[in-house]
Write a protein that binds this ligand. Structure first.
Ligand code: 5GP
Ligand code: ZN
Length: 184
């Protein structure tokens, strides 16, 4: 009786572990797949790639520190149009850590000032961030646009209109000017 109980208890324990493992295993598999999917999404995020120093956009980087990177918009609204992005992926301003958002704005201000010291002769700036599809966001990695503006520009050249991608050499040349103006 005692032996039966012992065996029975042992069997019960093995069955418990067995059924527990059977329950847990698919969850673990799904979690691992989930992490892989997230990594895959980040690997294919164009701004994550630029932030990681990959690709041709590296030549158009104007500023980089431990938290943010700034580079030329490949289809600028105006010459000198820069994007400032967190190096750590965040979809938008709602999900980024607030301190990073604050730093992003500070860097955007420094870049706007630097652009003002170049021969681009900007007369004003837009500092804008589109958050969500309804607001015109097309790249779902948070970015702050620093857009030089000029008196007499067409008010109808609205943000969101398709713009041509500029040659990489042209973007790199403007980036070099902004980097030089940022230098202490
Ligand atoms: P949004 O419409 O999301 O506020 O702005 C996205 C911006 O990213 C656009 O102005 C677009 O020109 C720019 N952009 C999209 N893909 C790339 C890219 O691969 N490289 C660079 N440098 N800019 C990009
Ligand atoms: Zn990203």
């Amino acid at each position: 009786m005692g032996g039966e109980e012992g065996n029975g208890g042992g069997m019960t324990k093995r069955m418990w572990w067995g059924s527990g493992a059977a329950r847990v295993a698919p969850v673990v598999v799904v979690l691992l797949m989930g992490a892989g999917a997230v990594r895959a999404a980040e690997q294919t995020c164009v701004f994550c790639e630029i932030a990681a120093g990959k690709g041709a956009a590296e030549a158009s980087v104007v500023y980089r520190d431990e938290r943010v990177v700034a580079f030329m918009d490949r289809a600028p609204r105006n010459p000198g149009h820069v994007l400032v992005v967190p190096r750590e992926h965040a979809d938008d301003a709602l999900t980024v850590p607030p301190a990073t958002l604050g730093h992003l704005v500070q860097v955007a201000q420094r870049i706007a000032r630097a652009i003002g010291r170049t021969d681009l002769k900007a007369e004003g700036f837009n500092l804008i961030s589109n958050n969500g599809k309804a607001a015109g966001q097309t790249v779902f990695h948070l970015h702050l646009h620093v857009v030089p503006r000029f008196a007499g520009e067409s008010a109808t050249a609205a943000a969101g209109e398709p713009r041509p991608v500029r040659p990489a050499e042209e973007l790199a040349a403007i980036a070099a000017k902004i980097r030089a103006a940022l230098a202490p």
